[in-house]
Design a protein around this ligand. Structure first.
Ligand code: GAR
Length: 212
């Protein structure tokens, strides 16, 4: 059976959605860089192995990533799912797991990379916002896009209402993509393009609710 690990830094709602999804693989561990991440308690309660690697104990990003790779490799996972993992990963780490490392980002990339994506969207005045699941490459939030889900931005939205609408889509999109990747229906080619087999329709994961 295939296995995967989930990397988190906080609340863990995407992690929870992935664990709820009955993916065709076993979650070998949930790893957090923050000791107080709420998601760690949720994972432990679900009987999943949990590991904490506090980044504050490391002198450099490189040293932290090397230790993190050591933990990840203990589980020899087929897939590594970043789910609200709020650390920028170094190039050696990303290259080590190229094609096996996925991230969910709360915007329709390439718009609004980085942090505070919902505030960025509101400031920009866009009318459609959403989330993206992509392969991780050394370019921050710039890796090949696998799937996206879109939501409307309403006139009355603030960061709270908009982020909640996007999060709901994240919880649908990430498990759908992880499922397809674990089944081998989605992959990354040598030229860095996303490959999708015929039997999977990721357009089903693309969703734009009706405008009010
Ligand atoms: C999610 O919205 C995720 O897309 C975002 O952090 C949140 C984590 O929530 N990730 C990033 O911004 C990565 N750069 P969660 O812990 O409840 O899943």
């Amino acid at each position: 059976m295939k296995s995967y690990v989930i990397l988190i830094s906080g609340r863990g709602s995407n992690m929870d959605a992935l664990l709820d999804a009955n993916l065709p693989g076993q979650c070998a561990a949930v790893i957090s860089n923050k000791p107080d991440a709420a998601g760690i308690a949720i994972a432990a309660k679900r009987g999943i192995a949990t590991r904490v690697l506090d980044h504050r104990g490391f002198a450099s990003r490189e040293a932290f990533d090397e230790a993190l790779a050591g933990i990840v490799d203990e589980y020899a996972p087929h897939l590594i799912l970043l789910a609200g993992f709020m650390r920028i990963l170094t190039t050696p780490f990303v290259e080590r797991y190229l094609g096996r490392l996925l991230n969910i980002h709360p915007s329709l990339l390439p718009a609004f990379p980085g942090v505070h994506t919902h505030a960025q969207a509101l400031d920009a005045g866009v009318r459609i916002h959403g989330c993206t699941v992509h392969y991780v490459t050394p370019a921050l939030d710039g890796g090949p896009i696998i799937a996206q889900a879109a939501v409307p931005v309403l006139g009355c939205d603030d960061v709270t209402t908009l982020s909640a609408r996007v999060l709901k889509e994240e919880h649908r999109l990430y498990p759908a993509v992880a499922n397809a990747v674990l089944r081998g229906q989605v992959g990354l080619s040598d030229t860095g393009r996303v490959t999708v087999t015929e039997e999977v329709s990721l357009t089903e994961a693309l969703h734009a609710p009706h405008f009010a």
